[in-house]
Structure formats: C-alpha cells, structure tokens
Design a protein around this ligand. Structure first.
Ligand code: GLY
Length: 380
C-alpha cells in the first residue's frame, strides 16, 4: 500500500473544548425527527420518498432508487427509540416491498447493502423475524453476484457484464456490513472473505497520498490491475467529494468492527484528519472539500454521516486525546445541524436541509436528501 500522509488535526484544541451534546439536546432533536415521521408515514407506507426533495418536499415513488431504505431505517430507529407499533407496522410492510424488489425489481447496484441493512436486517435484529432475515440473506447473495475476481472488488453500478462499468466506489464501504452480517448469520465464510478483499482493494487504490479519496476507481477488466480514479459527484477528478470522504470516515470503522483489520483504523485516522481540517467555521462541509469558505452549497448529509463515523470509531480507539477530539468534533457537527440545518418551523416533509445529491448534474442541490435525514437521526 502507498504511503499516506497523517495530517495533524488543526482544530484539536477547539474540539477538545466543545461542550458535550446533552441528552436533552438529543431528545429534543429526536422528538422533531419522530414528529416528521408521524406527519409523513401515511404518504410513505406504499411509496418511498424520492432521494432528494424539491423545494423542501419529497415526492413519493416506487422502490427503485438506491435510497429507498433510508425512510424505512428511520422508522426502525423510531421504533427502537419509542417502542411504538405505528412505526413498526409501516416498516414491516416495507419488508414485503423489499422482498418484491429482490425478486422482480432493480438490483443492478452495489447499494444493496444500504437497501437491505436498514430495512430487512434491522427488521430481523429488532424483532427476530426469520423471513426478514431470509430476504436480507437473499440480498447479500445478489451483492455477491457483483463480485469481480479480476481486481477483487464489487462492481458499483450498471450491468455486471458491462466493461465500461469496471469500477468500485468509496460509497461501497457502507455496503460491506451486509456481507459481514450474512457471513456471521449463515456461517458461510465466502461473504466475509470477499468483503475483506474488497476492503483491501479499496484501501490500496482509492486513497490518495494526502489521505483524500477518489470517488470512483476503475480497474482494467483484462488484467484486473488498477487503472484510474475518476469523480462522479465531486468537483473534479483530483478533488475530494465531501460525502465520499464521509463514507470513508464511517465505513472504515464499520469494517473494523467486523474484521479487526488494524489497517482500516490506521487509514481512518488519516482520512478523518483530512476531513476535519477542511470544515468551515460551522463544522458542516461544502459539497466538495476543495471549498473551505465562500458561497458554494454545503452538504449537511456529509456532516451527519461523518458524525456517525466518529462515534463508531470512538468504540475502537484507545488514545484518550483522540477520543476527546472525535467526541468534540461529532458533537460540534451535530449541534450545528440541530441548531441551524433542520427544517423545524418550515413547510417541509424532510428533516435536514442544505444537502446536496449530485452538484455536477444539478440534482438535489441545497435540498433535503433522504440519507441526510437518516444519518442525522442515527447520529442522534
Ligand atoms: N451513494 C451515492 C451518494 O452518496 O450519493
């Protein structure tokens, strides 16, 4: 693996002095999330919110995007938090829909991990439902079919026989937990072996020497050797897409939790320092980390994901000073989101505003994005 720079965390002292995010702050913010779910559940029982809002409103649609599990995931979070059956009933109904998608719908994506971890795996973990477990294992099998032996990775997008799509992306760090889980549940070591190999391919190739990440990385379909990095949703091929870096900040400790691969946490410290060092004053990044001031749109969802990643990492790191810094950084990001980024008091069916889906495509810019709502609630 190439040498990757470890930047010092420039605001370490500031983060160490951040007042703790209190239980009261969390309860108030979660009450708002549950209120939004109460207001929207009827509309999103047989339909799913689209990936991003338009003027603060999510339309409903079929279960055909990579993002359809995030609303379901919020329902399971709300059920775990409150024990209210109203959330559970709708979330259980969604499992039928996810089963239908598995059998007949669009599964030409590696985002099967996002889709089925937050729906069917959550259903199984919270209720013990064996059918939900079977659907989730079926989904893990569908992800396994995206494995590419030459280059050892899971193909991100498109038809599996399309050589123009011979690439993996940083987001896939979030899809691996479905495979680790399936390995544990079924006793079939192949799920875990491939997830670990994909992790290694990612660490070897998608990181740049300065600890920033490419969004996507192509392998040569003939030789399986590394080819080139390219952005899809970032500013440029050599800039660092803010959500991509956040997927690394969260995805690496998730992998470590299953694999205990020390390299994942070593790299995590580096990508996290890179991320924290490019936050503007209110700790919510611009949509690409090439911007550190000015009027470019923020991506609030990136901050929510990174806050989850810092909280996850704190479970595994031993250095007290680093734990303090990460705790303060996560609390600072969450407080900023809770105070200045929610839709409270506005006419909206979303939770977190000022997210960006894909700036280069002018899609979902300065809008609610459904994964931003989800990770904000998960972080809380
Ligand atoms: N996984 C796609 C995105 O973050 O937009």
């Amino acid at each position: 693996m190439k040498h990757i720079v470890q930047e010092p965390i420039l605001q370490a002292e500031i983060f160490q002095k951040v007042p703790a995010f209190t239980r009261q702050e969390a309860e108030d913010a979660l009450a708002f999330c549950c209120k939004r779910l109460d207001e929207t559940m009827d509309s999103f029982t047989d339909q799913f919110p689209r990936s991003s809002s338009e003027n603060g409103w999510y339309a409903g649609g079929a279960n055909d995007e990579w993002t359809c599990s995030f609303y379901t995931g919020m329902l399971w979070l709300a059920y775990a938090l409150t024990g209210k059956d109203s959330y559970r009933r709708v979330a259980e109904h969604h499992t039928e829909n996810f089963e239908d998608r598995l059998r007949h719908g669009d599964m030409d994506t590696h985002d099967i991990g996002f889709l089925y971890s937050l729906s069917c795996v959550a259903h199984y973990k919270l209720t013990g439902d064996g059918h939900a477990k079977d659907v989730a294992v079926g989904a893990a099998d569908a992800l396994m079919r995206r494995w590419k032996e030459k280059g050892e990775f899971f193909q991100a997008w498109g038809r599996i026989d399309d050589p123009a799509n011979y690439r993996f992306i940083i987001d896939c760090m979030m899809n691996l937990p479905l495979l680790y889980w399936a390995g544990e549940e079924t006793g079939n070591a192949l799920y875990t072996e491939r997830a670990k190999k994909h992790l290694k391919t990612t660490l070897d190739n998608i990181l740049r020497e300065d600890a920033s990440t490419f969004h996507t990385f192509f392998m040569d379909p003939e030789t399986g050797l590394p080819h080139h990095g390219e952005t899809h949703q970032g500013y440029s091929d050599d800039s660092c897409w803010a959500r991509g870096q956040a997927w690394a900040v969260y995805g690496l400790p998730l992998s470590f939790g299953y694999t205990k691969d020390a390299l994942a946490m070593e790299v995590h410290e580096k990508v996290t320092a890179y991320y924290l060092n490019r936050l503007p004053q209110d700790f919510v990044p611009y949509w690409d980390l090439i911007f550190t001031s000015g009027t470019q749109p923020r991506d609030s969802s990136s901050a929510a994901i990174a806050a989850c990643g810092l909280d996850e990492a704190i479970k595994y790191i031993e250095r007290e000073d680093l734990k303090q810094i990460y705790t303060g950084a996560a609390d600072a990001m969450l407080r900023s989101l809770a105070q200045d980024y929610t839709t409270a008091g506005q006419k909206s069916n979303g939770i977190l505003q000022h997210g960006v889906y894909a700036k280069p495509a002018n899609r979902g810019v300065d809008e609610c994005v459904i994964w931003g709502d989800y990770y904000y609630m998960e972080a809380l």
